[in-house]
Design a protein around this ligand. Sequence first.
Ligand SMILES: NC(=O)c1ccc[n+]([C@@H]2O[C@H](COP(=O)([O-])OP(=O)(O)OC[C@H]3O[C@@H](n4cnc5c(N)ncnc54)[C@H](OP(=O)(O)O)[C@@H]3O)[C@@H](O)[C@H]2O)c1
Length: 266
Amino acid sequence: MAASGPVVLLGCGRLGSAILEGWLLTETVRPSDLIILTPSEKPAAEAARAQGARINPPLETLRDARCVVVAVKPAVWREALAPLLPHLGEQAVILSVMAGVTAPSLAEGVGPWPIVRVMPTTGVARGRGVATVYAADDQARALGRALFEPMAVTVDLPDEAAMDAATAVAGSGAAYFYAMTEALARGGEAAGLPADTARTLARATFVAAAESAGDEPLDQLIGRIASPGGSTRAGLDVMAEGGRIDRLMAEVVAAAVRRNRKMGRN
Ligand SMILES: NC(=O)c1ccc[n+]([C@@H]2O[C@H](COP(=O)([O-])OP(=O)(O)OC[C@H]3O[C@@H](n4cnc5c(N)ncnc54)[C@H](OP(=O)(O)O)[C@@H]3O)[C@@H](O)[C@H]2O)c1
């Protein structure tokens, strides 16, 4: 990995802005090393500019770039990246955070530069993201890890096929937990709680549970709350009956994986 040189962020939308904020928060990339390419003005880019980042400079400044982070929508990446390629030096690595665009299709559009795919969550903005990394090239993988580890729990994937499943678990998972929280609140309402009270209780419980989730193995955490013959155990038994919670989550993840694969083919 080149130890220095600009990092180019191509696209400063929802995820691009989150990455930018995370880099600045965790001091992963020096502001003076940041080049941001964005068609329209973005608050995160302007905040970075105030600290020394360059926005839309002449493309000749990309010559020493160590990395181009492609954070545009999959439908436009070819036209967005093509103008940059003639200006990149041989040290550059292409880092894609796009869902569903495979390394072989990137390689076909990119040419000789090593490729690393990283699938981060927007929690990187607060230095608390989750990221999965896949690269066939060791140096590209090391660079991907170096750019995301300071702001995300970062996991290497041994093969690219696992990226869609990792995206379905880590990228979509928070939405599934929120949906479960809503369902818990509706369960409380059905059992007689006022709607607002049920929602407040469910959300606060979800937040507290999330804070403890990293402390111990999950089955031990469950065991702390669910004593044999108690009320929590009665509820857990309903969830587990006939394997229904496992089956539900398997179907949920499988549907997201199918959609990721389909989007990747577009
Ligand atoms: N959002 C997430 O949580 C998430 C998570 C994992 C992966 N991803 C991936 O991240 C990528 C971006 O997603 P997003 O949610 O951030 O989308 P988004 O908010 O629509 O951001 C895409 C950005 O790309 C910019 N753009 C378009 N053409 C460009 C060009 N030629 N040069 C430079 N920038 C250009 C757009 O600029 P304008 O605003 O000026 O049009 C827009 O701000 C997608 O490929 C997605 O699969 C997103």
